[in-house]
Design a protein around this ligand. Sequence first.
Ligand SMILES: [Mg+2]
Ligand SMILES: [Zn+2]
Length: 178
Amino acid sequence: MKLIILDRDGVINQDSDAFIKNPDEWIALPGSLAAIARLSQAGYTVTVATNQSGLARGLFDTPTLNAIHAKLYREVAQAGGLVDSIFLCPHGPQDGCSCRKPLPGMYHDIARRYDADLTGVPAVGDSLRDLQAASAAGCTPWLVLTGNGPKTQQGELPPGTRIAADLSAVADALLQEA
Ligand SMILES: [Mg+2]
Ligand SMILES: [Zn+2]
């Protein structure tokens, strides 16, 4: 199987320093839904791994997050794509969990769910912690220059990190290489 792992905020949708707290605040980035559709149609299983510490911080509750993700699933489907699953870390930075990126717990969960070897699996993010988690799990980290991407690009990146303007450019590159 061909798997791709996406961060959510700053990759699929606009990020906000004030967190995405309700469905109205979840706004897709230009071209991201079409990019997911092209990946789906090319046979990629698209999964999302997202830190959502807003849950631990009490900024929104699980039903609200489910409503946000219902909007994500619906808009991707309307664009002709499929997000197969969303893995999330609901914890805060002080909770000591193993799933909050930069730790690779969610990626290991994804490997188990799909019975997949993550070696070389593209994992797309806009923040250093996405790339670090991807790298720790054996994925190929892809940095997009949306969201926090431009700031992230100024720092040191895990070896082998690939850089693309946005999710659409990632899809272009992957589909061209296939
Ligand atoms: Mg992000
Ligand atoms: Zn966690």
